[in-house]
Design a protein around this ligand. Sequence first.
Ligand code: PLP
Length: 479
Amino acid sequence: MRSHLLNDATAESYRRSVTEGVERVAAKLAATHRPFTGVTPAELAPVIDAVDLDRPLGDASAALDELEDVYLRDAVYFHHPRYLGHLNCPVVIPAVLGEAVLSAVNSSLDTWDQSAGGTLIERKLIDWTTGRIGLGPSADGVFTSGGTQSNLQAMLLAREEAKTQDLAKLRIFSSECSHFSVQKSATLLGLGADAVISIPVDRNKRMQSVVLAAELEACRAEGLVPMAIVATAGTTDFGSIDPLPEVAALADEYGAWMHVDAAYGCGLLASRTRRHLLDGIERADSVTVDYHKSFFQPVSSSALLVRDGATLRHATYHADYLNPRRTVAEKIPNQVDKSLQTTRRFDALKLWMTLRVMGADGVGELFDEVCDLAREGHALLAADPRYDVVVEPQLSTLVYRYVPEAVTSPDEIDRANLYARKALFASGEAVVAGTKVDGRQYLKFTLLNPETTAADIAAVLDLIAGHAEQYLGETLVHA
Ligand SMILES: *Cc1c(COP(=O)(O)O)cnc(C)c1O
């Protein structure tokens, strides 16, 4: 069994094995003609059930053959131009190369003595990101597993920096379109069930700063403490960006921590033409970025950045077996002192390889392309009498709904849209997402693939209309 350990003696077997895996995936990518096969859980479960984990196959080729059936054949492929579902991007090759290197070397970024150069590379990328944001000379941060964890840590720091220890008094303000991890974090951090105050959005789905001001004032009047304002820079549904300068001014006025959740919009940091959309982000106390959304990085790659690096001490604990107190005096860079995680992947290497091969402009161009595509898609939808489209996109999402002329019942239209989404998924021809707007069922394109064209969007809109019409036709027959 030692032949399976990766070491000096098995370097050749490692090369062969991984190359075979890469060749299979490469062949798969080249031969994928739709984003999904439409397989159902009921169809796939028996295939996976049939595998006896206590009877190993012994060699990689056999396991790869099996993998074709249990995974590769029916996976959802984000690189396909008609995958328009969630906030998943096709990945860039330099990042995938970084992934291969980091898992083989297997550094763990908690302490210097488990990573050495990896720690310094991560630190340099944190500095690069805080520089792009403009957080100033005391800024710092750490890579995380995703936006959810970044938001949780940001709220932890905000709670610890708040002007009271009385958790029942703390309030967080975020828009009704903010990510659900804000609410989750509040619960995990022991805040009250009503700790998060949801601020309504305007018709462009941006937080209404006038209402925010009024709510902050009401909070103060009631003797409560505004702990944090979470501005979303790229809402998950609409890509809308909250008014960052207004939020910053209110955070100053009320002494609240300003957090910018730029999990989605962070790609603008690399854009040469749209960076101004994030103006005001430099005034944040903390920022969430998901490189695995708009920097075309494989999952996971994310970070939390803070204006004042000293605030990261709220996540610092010392253990004799890992990062004893003396290591601080000895100036040994232990990233675990800044992180909620202990053992931690060297995800930063993927971004490093990306910047070293393509540069930031290369990434920014890709994100600009999908934002441009969203504008084209919006024009198509706005001109199409079959559809109702919600807002003009600031980033790369489009939320719309099929509205047949003849049907007047909104419930029936809801059902037709839901049916169309499911039928499309089952066909595997394209994948789109769904959401609700004012209680009504809408559909959503999240455009993160520069290979997707306006013609793809038009074709998918025809497919959706076809499914919706079929549903309405059938319900009419049965009525
Ligand atoms: C995706 C997203 C998150 C959560 O990030 P994960 O990486 O999925 O944990 C948080 N906030 C916003 C605005 C998001 O779009």
